[in-house]
Design a protein around this ligand. Structure first.
Ligand code: GGG
Length: 356
């Protein structure tokens, strides 16, 4: 039986993370309580302020402290006066790697009432999941800078693609497809990238032979980006390397409305370590502090966390309440042509829970 008390580490992080994460925890707390589940939150003030004050995005024992929890709930990282690679490599990426969260699952759904940003055929619905490889690929520490400040200066960055890494994320994608419409699209660039991408294609094709009922289509990333704008409703499961998956998931979320409704789960599918749940969006310094950020991506990520931890009922209740709130401009934020602020959307979603 799933635990009735959940220990969750909450890291709001930077910018609008400090607005959407507290909002989402209110919704989770209410939905969980309605199903008899208690959540013990450990609030951690890690992020760019911590970096500026203490010299690191998180304390030296940060990973060990997170390990004591059932899951990590993260807001956003990034501040304009801190180099982006320092904020990301000081918090988000070390957590993904320490806990072998090798799948970044990013669902993209069209919600009733939210106008898609692209023209779709009559009756077409966008409903896909992007399965992004999350611990290797183009996000690699291997490399360096040579001859700084000289005219021969250069930077070298190695990509890492392992057979184990490609195989396990591809299996996860095919397993997802088996519960959906049984189409997997693999993002590649094996015409231009001569070593890693043909290897990616080869391993993906090998894995696909274990799933005879599911179709596999490999598409060059440039063509895939265009298809995703022209025909997003045709995608079911997309499997992609770390960088390609990151870019495609922002693009796909934009087609259905906004990054404000883009949720994600950094999963350790074997459950040896805590998984981490976060909105896809970043810290959005342009709107931070104004109370107008869309909390839906964080709330949906929280619902994914409850589902992962064995509580599908409160997770579904949250999703139904999100769906209702998105129907009307009065309970949507401005990124979705609505008139509500963060607090009003949050209260509408909590009220929706109470009415069930
Ligand atoms: N929600 C966490 C966050 O701030 N994400 C922004 C970002 O740039 N993420 C990079 C990545 O997912 O690799």
């Amino acid at each position: 039986m799933a635990d009735r008390t959940l220990a969750i580490a909450a890291i709001p992080g930077d910018g609008i993370g400090n607005e959407v994460l507290p909002a989402a925890t209110q919704v989770l707390e209410r939905a969980a309580a309605m199903s008899g589940v208690r959540i013990d939150w450990t609030w951690l003030d890690w992020g760019c302020d911590h970096l500026v004050q203490a010299g690191a995005m998180m304390p030296a024992d940060g990973i060990e402290r997170l390990r004591q929890h059932d899951a990590v709930f993260l807001g956003a990282v990034g501040r304009s006066d801190v180099p982006d690679h320092e904020s990301l490599w000081g918090l988000l990426i070390p957590i993904r790697r320490a806990f072998d969260q090798y799948v970044n699952l990013r669902p993209v759904r069209q919600f009733e009432g939210v106008e898609p940003r692209v023209r779709l055929p009559e009756g077409a619905i966008v409903d896909m999941v992007i399965v992004r490889e999350n611990t290797e690929g183009e996000y690699s520490e291997i490399g360096g800078r040579y001859g700084r400040g000289t005219e021969r200066e250069f930077a070298l960055q190695e990509n890492i693609f392992t057979r184990v890494g490609i195989e396990r994320v591809t299996r996860f994608a095919f397993d997802q497809a088996a519960t959906r419409r049984r189409h997997v699209t693999s993002a590649t660039k094996s015409n231009g990238i001569i070593h890693t991408m043909p290897f990616w294609d080869e391993v993906v094709a090998e894995v696909s032979t274990d799933y005879p009922g599911t179709t596999l289509r490999k598409v060059l990333i440039d063509a895939l980006a265009a298809e995703m704008v022209q025909r997003p409703h045709e995608f079911d499961v997309v499997v992609a390397s770390n960088l390609f998956g990151d870019i495609l998931s922002d693009l796909a979320a934009a087609t259905v409305g906004s990054l404000g409704v883009a949720a994600s789960a950094n999963l350790n599918p074997g459950r040896l370590f805590p998984s981490m749940f976060e909105p896809v969006h970043g810290s959005a310094p342009d709107i931070a502090g104004r109370g107008i950020a869309n909390p839906v991506a964080a709330i949906w990520s929280g619902a994914m966390m409850l589902e992962h931890l064995g509580h599908p009922e409160p997770a579904s209740a949250i999703m139904r309440s999100i769906e209702t709130s998105l129907l009307l401009p009065a309970t949507r934020t401005a990124d979705l042509q609505g008139t509500a602020d963060t607090d009003e959307v949050t209260r509408a979603i909590i009220t929706g829970l109470d009415q069930r």
